[in-house]
Design a protein around this ligand. Structure first.
Ligand code: G3I
Length: 444
């Protein structure tokens, strides 16, 4: 059984637990907890505390629990006491709006190094949205849309992330665990462990699940890529039958084919295209319909959010599918956007697809910026999030918006675009950013 260590950080002029001057839960404090260094058996953590209330906090205690067996070895900036309260005296206040930095510690651990699920300052919960703010999933539902997030097993195991996602997201897209490398690592050997875990977590949180993705050129094992054409076609059909069959009745939609076009609108020269030619897309959609007749079948791509050569090509694909009776129900617009980069034609683009008789959805939204973030960039980002939500809200067949993770802590951006990040509506400490407020405003 995991040990629960309660850590108490006290910075007070007189007593350990000073009278709280903070007010209602959620509007008093913001705590940022980051792990700048983790060497497997130990780590360094940095903590900052912002007084988000309108009164000074004069003497405080910060408490939190580690979800694992982390043990603090040295702390700085304050006295750190693990397992029982109390310790330190230091005459300092935190003025309204001020941020106290320079707090941190080194700790040892084994197993997982998950972050504490919540922080309390003088007993008041920090980092919660303002009291009275309805979750985005409810606000979106009231507008006839869904709000969703991607989720991986790593994110599910991060209890703070899991709880935030349960609150805010009504739909989960499985981030990695339903992809080919996860579900059929060797031919005919199917494993659904990760996908099933995320599905079960979603059901427990009252969320619906989007399957992602059956046919893609990434995260597809080498054995697939090495097959000759006839065997590759059969492997694709077998894979779709087994994976979509396993999740039949459990997912409401599938990204059947992902990212099959180049930027100039020609077919992406993937191993699929090179070996099977143009027809593999229609074959994939037919196989998906046979495996799960009730799931909405989507084509999903990036840089197709506005009018342009690539979205024109997807448009022609959908049009030809409709003419030929190939089953397709929706088009996913990933919307991995650059700061200030929401295409002016986004609404018009979504509408032209809807007019073909398919649903449209924003499937992987994030808005990345060069780090560090500052208030001007965050304000631009908020406007971007609001514009994307506005485009979806303006198109009746736009069924919902999904962000690619909820918190900057779990974003894919920094590992792929070094020096960029801060792309999501919640920061790395799970505090809502202006982008979150913009979504609330758009859906309200
Ligand atoms: O599982 C291995 C692990 O064993 C290994 O130690 C580690 C070392 O790098 O890699 C792990 O695999 C990583 C995997 O995510 C799971 O964490 C891969 O390296 C990494 O490349 C992979 O990245 C995923 C990426 O797709 C791959 O293209 C991201 O998590 C995922 O968010 C991202 O999602 C895609 C959508 O599916 C499609 N649209 C674009 C979007 C962003 O790239």
């Amino acid at each position: 059984m995991k040990l629960l260590h309660v850590l108490s950080l006290v910075l007070a002029s007189t007593v350990a637990v000073a009278a709280p001057t903070a007010t209602a839960a959620g509007d008093a404090c913001k705590v940022a907890y980051t792990v700048p260094n983790d060497w497997g058996s130990g780590f360094t953590a940095a903590v900052s505390i912002t007084n988000t209330s309108s009164t000074a906090i004069d003497g405080w205690t910060l408490t939190f629990s580690f979800p694992g067996n982390q043990r603090i070895t040295t702390g700085w900036g304050a006295t750190w006491t693990q397992t029982s309260a109390t310790a330190m005296s230091w005459n300092r206040t935190i003025a309204p709006g001020a941020t106290l930095t320079g707090l941190g510690f080194n700790a040892s651990y084994s197993g997982a190094n998950s972050s504490p699920a919540e922080f309390r300052l003088n007993g008041q919960l920090c980092n919660a949205p303002s009291p009275g703010t309805k979750p985005l999933r409810d606000l979106a539902a009231a507008k006839g849309k869904y709000f969703g997030s991607a989720m991986t097993v790593t994110e599910l195991e991060d209890t703070q992330n899991r709880d935030l996602t349960a609150r805010e997201a009504g739909v989960i897209t499985v981030g990695n665990e339903m992809k080919w490398d996860a579900t059929e690592p060797s031919r005919g050997q199917f494993t659904f462990t990760g996908g099933d875990r995320i599905w079960a977590g979603a059901v427990a949180a009252g969320q619906r699940v989007r399957g992602h993705t059956l046919v893609w050129h990434n995260q597809t094992p080498q054995w697939v890529q090495d097959l000759p054409a006839d065997q590759l076609r059969q492997a694709m059909l077998d894979h779709i039958r087994e994976v979509a069959g396993h999740y039949r009745g459990k997912v409401f939609a599938w990204d059947v084919v992902n990212e099959a076009f180049e930027e100039n609108g020609t077919r992406r020269q993937s191993f699929w295209q090179q070996k099977l030619g143009d027809g593999y897309l229609a074959e994939a959609f037919r196989a998906a319909r046979a495996a799960d007749p009730d799931a909405k079948l989507y084509y999903n791509d990036y840089n197709t959010d506005g009018l342009g050569a690539k979205s024109d090509a997807v448009y022609e694909l959908v049009k030809s599918f409709k003419q030929q009776g190939v089953p397709i129900d929706g088009v996913g617009f990933q919307s991995h956007l650059l700061l200030g980069g929401v295409p002016a034609s986004m609404r018009q683009n979504l509408q032209r697809f809807a007019d073909l008789g398919v649903d449209v959805a924003i499937t992987e939204l994030d808005v990345r910026m060069r780090l560090p973030a500052d208030s001007a960039k965050l304000a631009t980002q908020a406007a971007d999030y609001g514009a994307v939500a506005g485009a979806c809200l303006a198109v009746s067949r736009c069924v919902g918006i999904t962000t690619w993770s909820l918190s900057d802590k779990h974003s894919w951006i920094p590992s792929v675009f070094p020096g960029e990040g801060a792309a999501l509506p919640f920061d790395a400490a799970f505090a809502p950013k202006p982008a979150y407020q913009a979504l609330v405003t758009a859906f309200s």
